[in-house]
Design a protein around this ligand. Structure first.
Ligand code: GAL
Length: 694
């Protein structure tokens, strides 16, 4: 008779075999293997709460049309735990709905469960209670995915998951305890039996069978920690996030495409664009000091859901080229031949001379009030968020009141700073220059959030806003609440508020948090011409120097009623609310630049090359109304600033005018005959055009 132990062993083996038999996603040293096939997988990050559900189908379709196989997202939470173990999955946080839409479009999902996600998102901290919640949260998410049948072996789209996020660097810093935590997290994840591979990004000691992956602007140098694991790039940064007070980063698509092609050439088989659609940090979700409300990221799909060209199209063509080579790329190893080389306390005192007030704060912005009067405002910066206020304190004889309002713009990103400090808590406040000499005061520590009182009264909601008396609007009034009603603009173009007349504050529409605004903070840094050649970093191709880092604030159309929308603004600095306007986001100019011998993806195998052709297309419902520039020859410059070169066909304008004006889309072949003959025989010519859609 078999012993109980032997029976148990048999039972375990049977269970393992069953699990293996149903495992349809595996991997080997070359690639992730989907249903027995090694795949080159092209993926893009779309963070679902950074847009609205009404936008999701279109964003996903644009990702598919751009040649992606996979949509990658973190699992986001919004800080609510309605009851223990329950999290908020409604509206923009409806993860299941999002994943099902990806499935409907025929794409896969890479689910980064975290729960620590970084991602410039609020609510991510590494404190003990958060860690204690980790297993509960991860288990909850995995079970939810299983019960909805969303893993690939269940017929769902999820082919990969991620535990933790970039924990490796903390291990270098903190040593053994951090290593022990990473190993605990890995084993906890594995025990959840998702049936799809787990990855850990930037985690050199990810234990088997977890795949360690690379994040960065380039990853062609990267190889995984074991030879039997595939080479994966979980974050190919398409540019960088925008911060208040710094210039806006852009990454030229030529450089991004080069980085991706090189990674694939070196044996990489999974690339995820971070971000493919960046979107918006609505409400207070922007996490990390000075992170702006726009999370556009210069991504191939812009914040508003429109295609960003030429980025989107250039990458789509790259993806087509990579896919043509997929079987060869995953089949074997390349042969490389070397070619050689607050608030408040009270103080008193006075003498004739004004004392100097110094306030240090770990918050990001500070208003100082002396005897009820705003006497100064100071703020830090992305690079150096902590601040020190120094100013004259005009005191009167007797008792004086000094109040400090300390503001945080997003929580500190603990993962990056390896340091715990509380945003918004005032440091020592000192008064210098008093006749008694220097006095160090002990201040009552407290945290204060912008608009706490107004928000407590629910001034941003219809009911709350009608519960108080509103006066005539005052301009340049700090710490003021404003409200106005407006009707939705007609059409279906994406909308934004132009806040350039305002300083700093928050916006709500119909009770929904649009986000923080801070156009009064002008971007300080170096902007200039942008050469795609050479190594890219986030300081390389910047714009907006001397201007607001963010002037426009995305208003999802689905948050508006046809009439009577309530706009509430809380302004901290003092601005002119009558200067606020609602603008429509449209693609103004469209450009194309195609050479005579541009290879065609369709018939690259045949010798009979299809003639190169320019295709122009406006957003749906719009038509080409003007040709700003056209030249067949050797034109110079780039979209927005083209000029004629030494060789130019005189009919260039006429041809585009004739074929395109009044059309939503048009095509013109790039051959001399079309342009009335060859303007410079023997030279390779290009056709370049800038057209206006309206
Ligand atoms: C990565 C991180 C992402 C995001 C990114 C910067 O290191 O994994 O979550 O924070 O940096 O946008």
């Amino acid at each position: 008779m078999a012993s109980a132990a032997a029976l148990a062993a048999v039972a375990v083996m049977v269970a393992m075999l069953a699990a293996e038999a149903s495992a349809t996603i595996t991997y080997d040293r070359k690639a992730v293997v989907v249903n027995g096939q090694r795949r080159i997988l092209l993926s893009g990050s779309i963070h679902y709460p950074r847009s609205v559900p009404e936008m999701w189908p279109d964003l996903i379709q644009k990702a598919k049309d751009g040649g992606l196989d996979v949509v990658q997202t973190y699992v986001f939470w919004n800080g609510h735990e309605p009851s223990p173990g329950q999290y908020y999955f409604e509206g923009r946080y409806d993860l299941v709905r999002f994943i099902k839409l990806v499935k409907q479009a025929g794409l896969y999902v890479h689910l980064r469960i975290g729960p620590y996600v970084c991602a410039e998102w609020n609510f991510g901290t590494d404190n003990e209670p958060f860690k204690a919640e980790m297993q509960k949260f991860t288990t909850k998410i995995v079970n939810m995915m299983k019960s909805e049948g969303l893993f690939e072996w269940q017929g769902g789209p999820i082919i990969l998951s991620q535990i933790e996020n970039e924990f490796g660097p903390l291990e270098w810093d903190q040593g053994e305890p951090a290593k022990a935590y990473a190993s605990w997290a890995a084993n906890m994840a594995l025990a959840l039996n998702t049936g799809v591979p787990w990855v850990m990004c930037k985690e050199d000691d990810a234990p088997d069978p977890i795949i360690n992956t690379c994040n960065g602007f380039y990853c062609d140098w990267f190889s995984p920690n074991k030879p039997h694991k595939p080479t994966m790039w979980t974050e190919a940064w398409t540019a960088w996030y925008t911060g208040f007070g710094i210039p806006v980063p852009h990454r030229p698509v030529e450089d991004l495409a080069y980085g991706v092609a090189k990674f694939i050439q070196k044996g990489g088989s999974f690339v995820n664009y971070y971000m493919y659609h960046g979107g918006t940090n609505f409400g207070r979700t922007a996490g990390g000091p000075f992170i702006a409300t726009s999370y556009d990221y210069d991504a191939p799909i812009d914040e508003y859901g429109l295609l960003r060209e030429p980025k989107w199209g250039h990458l789509r063509d790259l993806h087509k080229a990579i896919k043509l080579c997929e079987p060869a790329l995953v089949a074997g190893d390349p042969i490389v031949t070397s070619l050689g080389n607050a608030q408040q306390d009270e103080q008193f005192l006075s003498n004739g001379k004004n004392p100097t007030l110094t306030v240090m704060s770990a918050g990001h912005a500070l208003h100082v009030f002396i005897n009820g009067q705003l006497t100064g405002t100071v703020y830090g910066s992305v690079d150096n968020p902590k601040l020190t206020y120094t100013g004259d304190a005009k005191l009167w004889a007797g008792s004086n009141t000094i109040s400090c309002l300390s503001i945080s713009v997003g929580l500190p990103n603990v993962g990056e700073h390896f340091e715990t400090w509380n945003a918004g808590i005032l440091g020592p406040v000192t008064l210098h220059g008093l006749n008694e000499g220097r006095r160090d005061l002990t201040w009552q520590k407290w945290t204060y959030q912008v608009g706490l009182k107004g928000e407590a009264l629910s001034l941003h909601s219809l009911s709350g806003s009608s519960s108080v008396e509103w006066g005539e609007p005052m301009q340049k009034q700090p710490l003021a609440w404003y409200k106005a009603f407006f009707n939705a603009p007609d059409g279906d173009e994406p909308l934004a508020l132009d806040m350039s007349s305002m300083g700093k504050g928050q916006i709500w529409i119909n009770g929904q948090g649009i986000g923080r605004y801070w156009p009064g903070y002008k971007a300080f840094g170096t902007c200039g011409s942008c050469d795609y050649r050479g190594e890219y970093d986030d300081k390389k191709c910047q714009t907006n120097c001397g201007d607001s880092s963010q002037r426009w604030y995305h208003v999802p159309r689905s948050w508006l009623n046809p009439t009577g929308n309530l706009l509430v603004i809380f302004e901290e600095w003092g601005g002119d609310p009558t200067g606020i306007s609602m603008v429509k986001r449209t693609t103004g100019s469209i450009c194309a630049d195609v050479s005579e011998w541009q290879p065609s993806m369709k018939n690259w195998r045949t010798k009979d090359y299809e003639k190169a052709k320019i295709h122009l297309q406006c957003d749906h419902g719009r038509k080409i109304t003007d040709i700003k520039f056209a030249s067949f020859g050797t034109p110079e410059g780039s979209c927005g600033s083209y000029s004629e070169g030494g060789c130019h066909a005189h009919k260039s304008y006429d041809i585009f005018w004739k074929n395109c004006i009044g059309q939503e889309r048009c095509g013109v072949s790039v051959v001399p005959d079309v342009f009335g003959g060859d303007p410079c025989p023997g030279k390779m010519k290009r056709a370049v055009v800038e057209a206006v859609c309206s």
